[in-house]
Ligand binder design. Structure first.
Ligand code: ADP
Ligand code: ZN
Ligand code: ZN
Length: 758
């Protein structure tokens, strides 16, 4: 657990900021990062303990990396240690790797020994008696690598296939005029410049990234390419990898994501740090990798919510990528068919350079999108007759269909007609979802259904009768992907049907397998959730049916329409890659809604204009800046009580009306100048900036929509401002104050800056 505050230690010899050290902390030892060298410790001289060991197996973390960490800690109001330590590969932050029998070894030495052996080199002169223990360590390293997810092995840095010098390198297509214009514009850039590459699905954004990357590589610089979810986009990764390996060499491309084993992650990280890897492809965590010769950052699908970390340091990798690019003086390219409204707003205001790819790169036309007004129709199990007819027609032509329903399970709730009982979770204020069991019941009996809570994970058997009235005829209400799959199997007995959702892909590698079946043409109808919407190029898919989109249309969350539009454009983009005419049907009871009207026209720009007008009128982001304080407690009243105190304290500052009240609040870390951050520390020496409280709005504390999860009750308080500096200044003072509130001991609280979901 990272601790707040910076901590002082005495170092015997030279230590430099960015160096890792092992320090005693209480009765344990921890790895820390040297942050600064104060002339005077913040605590009594005799209480300062000695650094136990200075680690020099990797060069000190570079200055720009320290700046990035300090910025993130300050911006997201988290301890510096919580930014720095998780950003390092696991082995580099575990003291055990450096202590005891393995003294002098350390994970890096082990890795190097392994690499040397793998390269066939006999490494001479291993220090001292490291020989025997060295071998043992090599085994440990190998085991870590072997523990990698099997399905992902081909994508890891270490296990990459030999360079495909035999025509496996994908051909370089001649660029379209729009692509060429974008490539030229990127080539002309000097220094920092954010670029928004807006290209419809299939417009060939990847090709533009590749050209830009090749230029940067040729100039001797490194490229960082961020993607939302690497495990779900093996196609993209494969293409990028092969093409870039052709330029940078096999060892020149490193891949980083959370699915890697420790040893693999360490190796990719080290190769990037040492400059051996010229291209780093990775998910959000890769953003924190030191790259000494960084020349370009690309953020693909920049609108994707996966760039936002949802726990601990709740950072946006896209936003930090822009900060990092500015700090390093390099261009950053954000690509999307449906940019976030924040990025679009910047681009239309001229702060970002806007490049557009308005057409598909290949022959394939964008699919025709049609709204199916469900109000006058008689639905069959939720499916409109024209949609079923469209599937039927594809089956006859030997083409594929995709039915998109963003709700997994069999039915969202089980229900008793006789008394009104519904399947609520006993630990959450939410319904238990009905799931069809994947295995037959005991003694080969019939499949048993199960109730599962999607919030807390609680599972139980479906009751044989209503717990309240004994009625034995409990009914599922509504439908999820399992029920849809079941119905389609009855309706189209000749069809081969596959379902891709979080349930059907629980096992490692199963998602890749299912996608491979679809690509191989072994599937006629694909049923899927948002998992199928991203990235995949299904060549023979000519029909997409969308169910239940309306559920997101009238959500409490003001970003829901933006997400819905992006999702529908994405899923529609799965169709029509092959060139034959394709169709998308969206079932809705509200076809006149502007969102749907823009969708039919493939009109992101129109949608964005409309949605931004609404945001401006309501004073919502990107026209305002937000932070969300969430409190959790055994009882809602405690959570609400703490938030009320937090608001009152801020209101008192506002009432005081001057900076003095704010400046008088304790500033965490401001008096502590610290040498070392063992999992530790708040931004050092922040100036006591007084917040202009007249620019801060604090809303009423409210319970979360699902108020209770796993018997914990939750409430939130939204803080908003029309000025980011004013909000930041306020948050600094506020987060210092919050732990001192009387209610703080009874709640767990966290602050999220720029929350994505409210
Ligand atoms: P996007 O990321 O914009 O949705 P992709 O980069 O996946 O689009 O490109 C879609 C398809 O078009 C890919 O199969 C890609 O190989 C192909 N492609 C890209 N540029 C060209 C081009 N200039 N000529 C022909 N095909 C292209
Ligand atoms: Zn009942
Ligand atoms: Zn629950």
């Amino acid at each position: 657990m990272p601790l707040p505050g910076l901590f002082d230690y005495r170092a015997g010899g030279e230590v430099r900021p960015g160096q890792r050290v092992i320090v005693p902390f209480g009765r344990r030892e921890l790895v820390g990062v040297v942050v600064e060298r104060p002339s005077m410790p913040a605590i009594a001289e005799e209480q300062v303990r000695d650094v136990a060991q200075v680690l020099d197996d990797v060069p000190p973390l570079p200055e720009d990396w320290l700046r990035l960490a300090a910025f993130a800690a300050d911006y997201y109001q988290r301890p510096l240690g919580e930014v720095m330590l998780p950003a390092l590969p696991g082995p580099l932050r575990r003291p055990a790797a450096y202590r005891g029998k393995r003294a002098g070894g350390g994970p890096v030495a082990r890795l190097d020994a392994r690499a040397a052996r793998a390269a066939g080199g006999k490494r001479k002169g291993r220090p001292g008696k490291a020989g025997a223990s060295g071998d043992g360590d090599v085994v440990a390293g190998d085991r870590a690598a072997a523990g990698a997810p099997g399905g992902a092995a081909g994508m890891t840095a270490t296990a990459g296939p030999a360079v495909p010098g035999d025509g496996l390198v994908p051909a370089r297509p001649a660029l379209s005029a729009a692509q060429q214009a974008a490539v030229d514009a990127l080539a002309a850039l000097q220094g920092f410049r954010p670029v928004l590459l807006h290209g419809v699905t299939g417009s060939g954004k990847t090709e533009v990234y590749l050209h830009a990357a090749e230029r940067v590589l040729a100039a001797g610089r490194q490229v960082m390419l961020l993607v939302p979810e690497i495990n779900l986009t093996p196609q993209l990764e494969g293409v990028l990898r092969r093409r870039l390996e052709a330029v940078a060499g096999v060892r020149g491309v490193a891949v980083l994501h959370s699915g890697l084993a420790d040893g693999e992650r360490l190796e990719a990280w080290l190769r990037a740090v040492r400059g051996e890897a010229r291209v780093l492809i990775g998910t959000r965590l890769a953003l924190f990798t030191p790259l000494p010769e960084l020349g370009l950052i690309v953020v693909d699908e920049e609108h994707d919510p996966s760039y936002k970390q949802q726990e601990g340091l709740r950072y946006s990798a896209r936003d930090l990528a822009i900060w990092r690019a500015r700090d390093r003086g390099v261009p950053v390219v954000l690509g999307s068919a449906t940019p976030s409204l924040e990025s679009w707003h910047h681009a239309t205001a001229g702060r970002y350079l806007l490049l557009s790819l308005p057409e598909r790169a290949q022959a394939g036309q964008l699919p025709a999108i049609r709204l199916l007004d469900t109000r006058p129709l008689r639905l069959e199990q939720g499916l409109a007759p024209p949609l079923l007819a469209a599937v039927e027609a594809r089956l006859q032509r030997g083409e594929q269909s995709l039915i998109f329903l963003n709700r997994r399970g069999y039915a969202p709730v089980l229900h008793c007609d006789a008394c009104g009982w519904v399947s609520g979770c006993r630990r959450c204020s939410a319904y238990m979802v009905l799931h069809r069991a994947v295995r037959p019941g005991l003694a080969g009996g019939p499949y048993r259904h199960e109730l599962r809570c999607h919030h807390c994970g609680w599972q139980e058997r479906v009751p044989a009768a209503c717990p309240d009235c004994g009625n034995q005829d409990l009914q599922p209400m509504g439908r999820g992907t399992q029920r849809l799959e079941e119905y389609l199997a009855q309706r189209f007995p000749q069809a081969r049907i596959a379902r891709i959702d979080a349930d059907s892909t629980r096992l490692k590698g199963s998602a890749q397998k299912l996608f491979a079946q679809v690509h191989a043409g072994e599937v006629d109808i694909l049923v899927g959730t948002q998992m199928v919407a991203k990235g995949h190029d299904f060549q023979n898919l000519t029909f997409v049916g969308v169910l239940n989109a309306d559920a997101m249309l009238f959500s409490h969350d003001f970003r829901a329409p933006e997400r819905l539009f992006a999702q529908l454009m994405q899923v529609a983009g799965r169709a029509g890659r092959s060139g034959s005419a394709s169709e998308v049907f969206v079932q809705t009871g509200y076809p006149e809604q502007p969102l749907y009207q823009a969708l039919v026209r493939h009109d992101y720009v129109g949608f964005a204009r409309y949605a931004l007008d609404e945001r401006a009128a309501a004073g919502l982001p990107p026209f305002a800046y937000q932070a969300l304080l969430t409190a959790e407690a055994g009882e809602l009243a405690q959570a609400l009580g703490f938030l009320a105190q937090a608001r009152e304290a801020a209101e008192a500052w506002a009432a005081a009306g001057d900076a003095a009240a704010v400046a008088a609040q304790p500033e965490a870390g401001s008096t502590r100048r610290a040498a070392v951050a063992p999992m530790v520390s708040a931004g050092a020496a922040q100036p006591a900036i007084a917040a202009d409280m007249s620019r801060i709005t604090l809303y009423d504390p409210v319970p979360l929509r699902v108020v209770r999860v796993a018997n914990v009750e939750r409430a939130q308080l939204l803080a908003e401002s029309d000025s980011r500096p004013a909000l930041q200044a306020f948050l600094r003072s506020w987060t210092a104050l919050l732990p001192t509130l009387p209610g703080a001991s009874r709640v767990r609280w966290q602050l999220e800056v720029d929350p994505l979901e409210i």
